[in-house]
Write a protein that binds this ligand. Structure first.
Ligand code: BEZ
Length: 179
């Protein structure tokens, strides 16, 4: 993936809009890859599912806590993507009290498939989901790649470490020292 542009897709998000009225004032908003990635240096991390234990207990909250350290190293945004629809991703974000990390719903899996990271998780009753990975993406181009080992369908384990925020921060810091 290094040096490649992230796929151009349209994400179907749900945004709050008081003009909708009623007790659940949300509407659809299409967001293009360029809206997220153009002109910014971002960290993107992708995981197998909203509300799953490792993702909810470690990966997402740790990225949220460490967001100021990423900013200090020249990262403009932190995005978390998952093959889940916008309703699920919004509920997950609310339950996590997110302020810094932005969630991207890849409900159809199109972005994940075009990144080459879509795997079957039928062994868990999940269907097609994302293998765990992260990337530093600069103006839409993958500058650094952090993929968990053992990419495979119906994997009976859930490796987590290479794509952790701690590991990415260590890589960004060591490059800064070397530069
Ligand atoms: C987890 O984050 O712990 C997890 C992810 C996918 C399947 C099962 C668990």
């Amino acid at each position: 993936m290094l040096g490649r542009k992230v796929p151009a897709v349209t994400f179907r998000t749900r945004v709050r809009d008081e003009s909708v009225g009623g007790s659940n004032p949300f509407r659809w908003q299409d967001v293009a890859s360029d809206d997220y990635f153009a002109g910014k240096r971002v960290v993107l991390f992708s995981l197998p599912g909203a509300f799953t234990p490792t993702c909810s207990t470690y990966q997402l909250p740790d990225f949220e806590k460490l967001a100021p350290e990423f900013r200090a190293l020249g990262i403009d945004e932190i995005y978390c993507i998952s093959v889940n629809d916008a309703f699920v991703m919004n509920a997950w974000g609310k339950s996590q009290g997110l302020e810094s990390v932005k969630l991207i719903p890849d409900g159809s899996g199109e972005f994940t498939r075009k990144m080459g990271m879509l795997v079957a998780k039928d062994n868990l009753g999940f269907g097609m989901r994302s293998w765990r990975y992260a990337a530093v993406v600069n103006n839409g181009v993958v500058e650094q790649w952090f993929e968990e080992e053992g990419y495979s369908d119906n994997c009976d384990s859930d490796p987590y470490g290479i794509s952790s925020p701690q590991n990415i921060l260590a890589a960004l810091r060591s490059q800064k020292i070397a530069a």
